[in-house]
Design a protein around this ligand. Structure first.
Ligand SMILES: C[S@@+](CC[C@H](N)C(=O)[O-])C[C@H]1O[C@@H](n2cnc3c(N)ncnc32)[C@H](O)[C@@H]1O
Length: 275
């Protein structure tokens, strides 16, 4: 920010405004700053978790952590999900327009589920998350949509079947048993169904990820994603920078055979998986 002493005013460049002052901008980063107090708050518990290796459950983090995550990811979903990511999938928008059954697994505060439900009123959406407090927040924001509901459940054993589309936004790598989750999702989907996986942008090696976005994600992963995964059964600990190859391996182990990357943004990679 610059200060002009002649007229006593502060100003931002258009780029600074897009990052710091406009929450509707696709590159807004202010949500990340609301995550930081939660990480500092959790520091003693995280230090203990590093020693024991037992991790820290999502629900045991400071409760404003999930608010920060929600705020951090919203601008990207608002900018890309309906306009770019869903249209990049093979035949999915046509199904959603006709009327499809959709599950958004690991939905957190449910912003992604709500965006899709509002855009496709003929389809039915369920948002699923194992964190009760997040589902309470998601339910509080439903604006009378009749095609949307939220349930507390685990990705590895949620109820329901015959889904045309399952989505996961920045959630698979947080899970202790992502292979079990992928396997259950595959069994709950129709044979011509699609899994859309939105994961943090990442290359396949450490060297590929030593850039500003990768550094932010490694820091977030160490404090949030890895402890969450290690606190669950299996505790695979993929981390937010697992990369496309490793995620595709998990999906293949879960029973998916056709896996591609039809879209990407500076912060996310979009994987499409089919049985
Ligand atoms: C990084 S947050 C992403 C939340 C939301 N999808 C978003 O993009 O804002 C990861 C979410 O995965 C959920 N999660 C982690 N492990 C889970 C599991 N085994 N089953 C269901 N949800 C899980 C957490 O509770 C959390 O809400």
């Amino acid at each position: 920010m610059s200060f002009d002493a002649t007229n006593d005013t502060f100003s931002m460049t258009p780029e600074q405004k897009a990052v710091f002052a406009d929450e509707n901008s696709p590159v807004a980063m202010v949500g990340g700053f609301s995550l930081l107090p939660a990480v500092y708050h959790d520091e003693p518990r995280l230090a203990e978790a590093f020693k024991t290796g037992k991790g820290l459950r999502w629900s045991d983090h400071c409760n404003c952590m999930s608010c920060g995550v929600d705020r951090f990811f919203r601008p990207g979903y608002r900018a890309h999900l309906i306009a770019e990511w869903l249209p990049a999938l093979d035949g999915v928008v046509e199904k959603l327009e006709r009327g499809a059954k959709v599950a958004d697994v690991g939905c957190g505060h449910g912003f992604s589920t709500r965006l899709m439900a509002e855009a496709f009123p003929n389809s039915d959406f369920i948002g699923i998350d194992y964190d009760e407090a997040s589902i309470d927040c998601a339910r509080a924001e439903i604006s009378g949509a009749r095609n949307l509901r939220y349930e507390v459940a685990k990705a590895q054993d949620f109820a329901g079947s015959g889904f045309d589309l399952v989505t996961m936004f920045d959630a698979l790598h947080d899970m202790g048993d992502p292979v079990g989750a992928a396997r259950h999702i595959r069994s709950a989907m129709k044979n011509d169904g699609t899994l859309m996986l939105v994961e943090p942008a990442a290359g396949d090696s450490l060297a590929d990820n030593l850039n500003p976005v990768g550094r932010v994600y490694y820091a977030g992963s160490t404090h949030i994603c890895l402890p969450t995964s290690l606190s669950q059964d299996v505790g695979l600990g993929l981390g937010a920078q697992a990369g496309e190859k490793r995620i595709a391996q998990v999906l293949r182990q879960g029973g998916f055979s056709q896996i591609g990357k039809p879209a990407a943004s500076p912060f996310n990679m979009i994987l499409e998986a089919r049985p």
